[in-house]
Design a protein around this ligand. Structure first.
Ligand SMILES: [Zn+2]
Length: 214
């Protein structure tokens, strides 16, 4: 999980968010089942394009690149089943992988038990990577709930983070051995690139580099 910036609301939501929410709430208030054609308005292609852009097609929680192997879709940060009012609310929509979404299910905690929201919360206050393991900062109950609830230390994630860290360390070793200044600078840029939000497991790499003083 890495800090992200919410992009502008897509035009289709600028134009329709209020009306679509109103329709959904009419069903809710009447105690009727919301028709799929109304409930699924959020999955408009322009919304999907924008959430994929803001996360660079990575899961907002585990930072896996969403692929055929790691399928993903539009994610409701606060579950629509619990808060139907937020079904098409732009600030509640993002992108996640199937597994994180599945582990999270319909969890909504009270104020001090909420999951960390990468668009709002200051992640380093709550979560840190020790090598391939994500652990909460001492005392952060929200951090602890987040990694445990979403199961962010799933074995396949740990394995893939180890590979990424090995790749990063190889580059650091190359950097240490290099004595041509211009090449050293190029290698340093390549190393720093690992912690760019666009790359897989960037927060794990960011913590690794910080802990090494790079
Ligand atoms: Zn995920």
């Amino acid at each position: 999980m890495i800090q992200l910036t919410k992009l502008n609301k897509p035009q289709v939501l600028v134009d329709n968010e209020l009306n679509w929410t109103k329709t959904i709430m009419e069903y809710v208030n009447k105690g009727e089942k919301i028709l799929d054609s109304h409930k699924n308005k959020y999955s408009h292609k322009d919304v999907k394009t924008q959430v994929k852009l803001e996360t660079n097609e990575k899961c907002v929680y585990c930072e896996s690149k969403v692929t055929h192997q790691y399928p993903g879709d539009i994610e409701h940060i606060i579950p629509k089943a619990v808060y139907p009012r937020l079904t098409v609310n732009w600030s509640n929509l993002t992108f996640s992988c199937y597994w994180c979404n599945n582990h999270k299910r319909n969890y909504v905690g009270k104020k001090e038990e909420k999951l960390i929201n990468p668009f709002i919360d200051d992640i380093p206050k709550h979560l840190h990577f020790f090598g391939p393991l994500i652990i909460h900062i001492n005392g952060s109950k929200r951090g602890e709930i987040t990694w445990k609830k979403i199961e962010l230390n799933r074995q396949e994630l740990i394995d893939r983070r180890i590979e990424k860290i090995k790749e990063l360390q190889n580059l650091i070793d190359k950097y240490e051995r290099e004595d041509v200044l211009a090449l050293k600078q190029i290698l340093l840029n390549e190393i720093k690139e690992f912690s760019d939000f666009k790359n897989e497991f960037s927060y794990a790499c960011n913590c690794y580099l910080n802990d090494k003083g790079i």
